[in-house]
Design a protein around this ligand. Structure first.
Ligand code: ADE
Length: 249
């Protein structure tokens, strides 16, 4: 287990996820369970969920309006969201992320960058979207979970926070687990097996029972490469380019 730093014990500069949402009751949700939940309870990270509606300026607490130019659905008002962002970023917490299917697709390299920083402000959209002017004027980083459309940014925010929190010092057990897992080397992970050694007529690959660490390491690397090549040609191309660069150096 990696040490929890003195800074974290004292409660200053704890990695913080500050979520702006119309559904604050969705948090902590799954983040209150398992490793992330335990680390939250232990004060390794902080979660703050703020209701965007509390920044509405009229007596009906309006947060959205119809789109200029017509069309279906409602658009979140820039003035209301801007007031929420002003409050959430006042202490300098960065980056400010807007979760949207129009954003840059999140990957493990981005997650590592965020986990190494002070935390993040996450703005969750609902309705058809957010007025473009607040995205531009606040310089929000638009991030997508993938080419799927969710009913709102909240499940994406939960996924992004989970991916960051498990990388924080003191959250996961063995550091080796992190180093060997998918994407850390630009490869998908090798397949895993446990007891029984034979199940439904299927045997565990012989090499894994050999106790020969070097052969096991080589087998796992070959399997990781084969899986990446067949399942994710995009990752495989990048891996081949970076390993040929490594050989040239
Ligand atoms: N909101 C709706 N769909 C989304 C997605 N794919 N990623 C991030 N936020 C979203």
């Amino acid at each position: 287990m990696r040490e929890v730093t003195e800074q974290q014990r004292q409660g200053s500069a704890v990695w913080t996820a500050r979520v702006l949402t119309l559904f604050p009751e969705m948090f902590p949700g799954p983040l209150g369970q398992s490793l992330a939940g335990k680390a939250l309870n232990d004060g390794v990270w902080r979660l703050e969920a703020t209701d965007i509606r509390s920044f509405a300026q009229d007596k009906h607490k309006t947060v959205d309006d119809t789109p200029f130019g017509g069309g279906p659905g409602m658009v979140m008002r820039p003035d209301v969201v801007d007031a929420a962002l002003e409050a959430a970023t006042g202490d300098g917490l960065k980056p400010a992320i807007y979760l949207t299917p129009r954003g840059r697709r999140v990957d493990q390299a981005l997650v590592q960058e965020w986990a190494a920083g002070p935390g993040m402000v996450l703005l969750c959209g609902r309705y058809e979207g957010l007025d473009e002017r607040v995205i531009a004027s606040r310089g929000l980083l638009e991030v997508s979970l993938g080419d799927i459309v969710l009913s709102g940014g909240e499940p994406a925010a939960i996924a992004v926070i989970d991916a960051c929190v498990r990388l924080l010092p003191g959250v996961m057990g063995a550091a080796e687990t992190l180093e060997e897992e998918s994407f850390e080397r630009g490869l998908l992970e090798y397949p895993h097996y446990t007891r029984p050694a034979e199940w439904k007529g299927m045997k565990v690959p012989e090499v894994l029972l050999s106790g020969h660490h070097e052969k096991i390491r080589a087998w796992r690397l070959r399997e990781a490469e084969a899986a990446t090549k067949s399942r994710r040609p995009d990752l495989w191309d990048a891996y081949e380019k970076s390993s040929s660069r490594r050989k040239e150096d």
